[in-house]
Design a protein around this ligand. Structure first.
Ligand code: 4AD
Ligand code: MG
Length: 429
């Protein structure tokens, strides 16, 4: 027996079909049973009529409970009243895996759904988000592969920090202590002297003590590092990537986006160039909005949201104050209090989706910055070698994959954008 997906069955539209999946909903009377079958592609109503079937098959149908798995054979036909416009009149049915009383019913709290995440993944909402997630990964790979980039990896165990010591996870490593990686970047800077244009998509770990809707302690970052690139070149690359991801998802996931309540026409307008302002200009705009930020302080979530509200495309903010930036960000020679760096903020309050910069090539400057941040420069000697032997100007950035998915899927919490989220308060399942 050859099985086809529910989607393929609906495309076929008439005749006999064999489908299999899980019982999404079931309702019986003493003469009829209505089983809504679900597979990875869609749902379809299946009608079982006692009078038309053997006792055996009818008894199987009566055993169907929510989320049991089953195989069904029957005639498919159009039916406007059915939930997805088609119905299967069942001629044969077999339960493959029975289901205990399914613990998830309507209107349950977000925390309960997170406790049962291994089962909640089957919901249509989570299925739609996970399909978008898969497309975002495909889009990132396609974007870089089509431009001749090499995909490379750095170790997850790291002897130092990249983004500052306060969010490091310590791991016992034999008789030593190591840290889970915060970013691929430092190793990428060594690899570009061999490969010039590289990217990765990798898990990153940060002991974020903030319980916000935007922070995970384990998240995926897409990063790129490019030899010879200056800030302007990397900004162009970053906005092209984001526009490409949006276009790819619109093309591949229209159904899912609609299901999630996303306005596709609005996404279609996300085209380059994106607006660019400096940090100093951002403070001026915030001041007019009644939000006063002292020059030199990083932008907090509320300020990022307030500033992003002025734009309907992702916003690029450049030239943050040098002293609050990571040690590797290059000083702007024209404006030495600031760094040649940028953040990209998603529209509609989805926060910072990208952070990047041109990289410092001056070992002395980097040592000073590391010391100011309480780090031990000796631990970075291998990294300084990249500047000692044929250093070149170079730039890169990292894109928070879950933040982008949250924006595209209109998820009010980043936890919904990854199958099994890890946060300060969420370690299971
Ligand atoms: O701005 P960040 O910290 O930049 C870096 O780590 C650089 N080393 C990247 C590079 O230049 N190669 O992080 C990059 C992005 C952020 O803009 C944000 O979107 C995401 O990663 N991000 C997080 N996403 C979810 N949960 C967290 N805790 C995140 N921390 C950062
Ligand atoms: Mg950042």
């Amino acid at each position: 027996m050859e099985f086809i997906s529910i989607k393929q069955a609906m495309e076929k539209g008439t005749g006999q079909v064999n489908v299999r999946g899980w019982c999404y909903r079931v309702r019986n009377s003493n003469k009829m049973a209505f089983i809504v079958l679900r597979d990875s592609t869609d749902i379809i109503q299946c009608v079982v009529e006692k009078s038309k079937l053997s006792e055996d098959i009818w008894n199987q149908a009566l055993k169907a409970t929510m989320e049991c798995s089953l195989e069904i054979t029957g005639e498919i036909k159009k039916d406007e009243r059915a939930p997805t416009g088609f119905e299967i009149s069942v001629s044969s049915l077999k339960i493959i895996g029975e289901s205990d009383v399914f613990p998830i019913t309507k209107d349950q709290s977000p925390e309960f759904l997170l406790d049962k995440r291994h089962l909640w993944l089957r919901s249509r909402k989570m299925t739609a988000i996970l399909k978008v997630r898969s497309s975002v990964f495909q889009a990132i790979r396609k974007f870089f592969n089509d431009k001749g980039f090499y995909e490379e990896h750095s170790p997850m165990f790291s002897p130092t920090s990249c983004e500052g010591g306060s969010t490091l996870f310590e791991v016992k490593y034999f008789d030593d202590i190591m840290y889970l990686t915060q970013s691929w970047q430092l190793y990428a800077e060594a690899m570009i002297s061999a490969l010039e244009k590289i990217y990765t998509i990798s898990p990153c770990f940060r002991a974020e003590k903030s319980k916000t809707s935007r922070h995970l302690s384990e998240f995926w970052m897409a990063e790129t590092e490019i030899a010879w690139y200056k800030l302007d070149d990397i900004l162009k690359n970053a906005e092209d990537l984001v526009a490409f991801i949006v276009k790819y998802v619109v093309e591949h996931n229209e159904e899912e986006l609609k299901f999630l309540g996303q306005d596709i026409e609005k996404l279609k307008k996300i085209k380059t160039p994106f607006p660019r302002i400096t940090y100093t200009k951002a403070l001026e705009i915030l001041k007019k909005d009644g939000l006063k930020v002292e020059w030199g302080k990083d932008l907090r979530t509320i300020e990022e949201d307030a500033i992003a509200k002025h734009y309907d495309k992702p916003l690029i903010i450049t030239n943050y104050p040098k002293k609050i930036m990571a040690f590797y960000k290059l000083k702007d020679p024209k404006n030495p209090e600031t760094a040649l760096c940028f953040d990209m903020l998603a529209p509609e309050g989805y926060g910072e989706i990208i952070g990047g910069s041109e990289r410092d090539t001056d070992i002395g400057e980097m040592k000073k910055a590391l010391i100011a941040q309480g780090e031990k420069p000796e631990k970075y000697e291998w990294y300084f070698d990249t500047r000692r032997y044929g250093s070149v100007p170079h730039s890169g950035y990292g894109l928070g994959v879950e933040r982008v998915i949250a924006w595209l899927c209109k998820s009010d919490n980043i936890k919904d954008t990854i199958p099994f989220p890890r946060t300060m308060l969420r370690m299971t399942p």
